[in-house]
Design a protein around this ligand. Structure first.
Ligand SMILES: Nc1nc2c(ncn2[C@@H]2O[C@H](COP(=O)(O)OP(=O)(O)OP(=O)(O)O)[C@@H](O)[C@H]2O)c(=O)[nH]1
Length: 335
């Protein structure tokens, strides 16, 4: 949905609301959204579907407007979240209902206790005591049943909440991952840097490493070979990974490595170890023939300065990488 100016939005609502009234459409957010789009006439398909439904059924039932709302007005990513939101709302409603029932049952038990106290205060016969025992027996049994029911439903809600949490965590992880290498992507890297920079004391270093002449490699050996090279390098970087280091693939043949507690000198030394190790590696095809006999990469290294932003740190390391490329490639630069 594109934002309209307040004046345009008002004008559209003036058109939409009388139509909704005429057709006895409930004033829900889904209905407002759908009818707003209807009078806005930006999606002929939506108008056609609404017209044909009204033609057949005489109105637009809520469950259909909800479906149309998701189909036409909500982006796929947002829809995913709204599904989770719907489930959470259901859970909250269910907890609220059982809490209400439990509260009522505790109040009933409270009045049973009150009644028992009153009878006991003037009890002078066996009969009175038996009466109190009966009250307490019935009252506590009922409260116990309700408590058991409450506890079971709370367990169910808790299971559902854990399931939702796992789904949300997985979604978040997938958003941060590069599908080709399963390393972090640029967004994941930035997220990591945001959490690490505040606690680093000028000893967080970033390496940006880029395959040299990947375009030419693609051209000469086919794009598949180029992609196999990207995957091969990602495995090598993983096998040479330092403890606590984070590896990401930013795009094409560009990787990033975050080194914790690494001074600039240490990070440069590590970059050179990686680069010379890669120089000794080959890429072979399935039948064992060499496609690339020497893997060459250029590396830019930067160490965080003060409370530098992640974007700034990445930009500095990328600038040094450009210097390494300009100086002839297959080298490391840190200035
Ligand atoms: N095989 C393959 N190629 C990719 C992939 N993603 C991007 N590329 C290509 O990788 C190439 C990267 O080229 P550049 O980084 O601009 O330049 P380069 O040829 O590597 O040269 P230098 O970096 O200057 O040494 C582009 O042609 C992209 O189309 C991928 O997943 N697989």
């Amino acid at each position: 949905m594109h934002p309209d100016s307040p004046r345009q939005a008002n004008a559209l609502l003036y058109k939409a609301v009388p139509l909704m009234r005429k057709m006895d459409i409930a004033p829900t957010p889904y209905n407002y959204g759908i009818w707003y789009e209807y009078v806005r006439q930006t999606s002929p398909k939506l108008n056609q579907l609404m017209d044909s439904t009204i033609g057949r059924l005489g109105s637009l039932p809520s469950f259909i407007s909800k479906e149309l709302f998701h189909q036409f007005l909500v982006a796929e990513e947002a829809r995913y979240n709204s599904d989770h939101k719907d489930r959470l709302e259901e859970l909250v409603n269910s907890v609220s209902t059982s809490t209400y029932t439990m509260t009522e049952s505790l109040q009933e038990l409270g009045s049973v206790i009150e009644k028992s106290r009153r009878v006991l205060s003037r009890a002078d016969r066996q009969q009175h005591l038996e009466k109190v025992v009966r009250y307490l027996d019935q009252g506590t049994k009922k409260a116990l049943e309700e408590a058991e029911y409450f506890s079971t439903s709370l367990h169910k809600v808790n299971e559902e909440v854990l399931q939702l949490k796992a789904e949300l965590d997985e979604m978040k992880n997938n958003v941060d991952l590069d599908p080709l290498t399963q390393l972090l992507n640029q967004k994941g890297l930035e997220r990591q840097l945001y959490s690490l920079i505040p606690s680093s004391e000028d000893d967080l270093s970033l390496l940006i490493l880029d395959i040299d002449y990947l375009k030419e490699i693609n051209h000469k050996n086919g794009r598949r070979a180029g992609t196999a090279l990207i995957c091969h390098i990602s495995r090598i970087l993983h096998s040479k990974k330092l403890e606590n280091a984070t590896i990401a693939r930013l795009n094409g043949g560009t990787f990033a490595i975050v080194l914790h507690e690494a001074t600039l000198d240490y990070a440069i030394e590590y970059a050179e170890i990686l680069r010379t190790h890669l120089n000794k590696q080959r890429l072979k095809n399935r039948s064992g023939e060499g496609i690339i006999d020497k893997i060459c990469v250029s590396v830019g290294v930067a160490t965080v300065i003060g409370q530098e932003t992640p974007a700034n740190l990445i930009a500095r390391a990328s600038g040094y990488l450009d210097n390494a490329k300009r100086q002839g490639r297959n080298r490391t630069a840190s200035r």
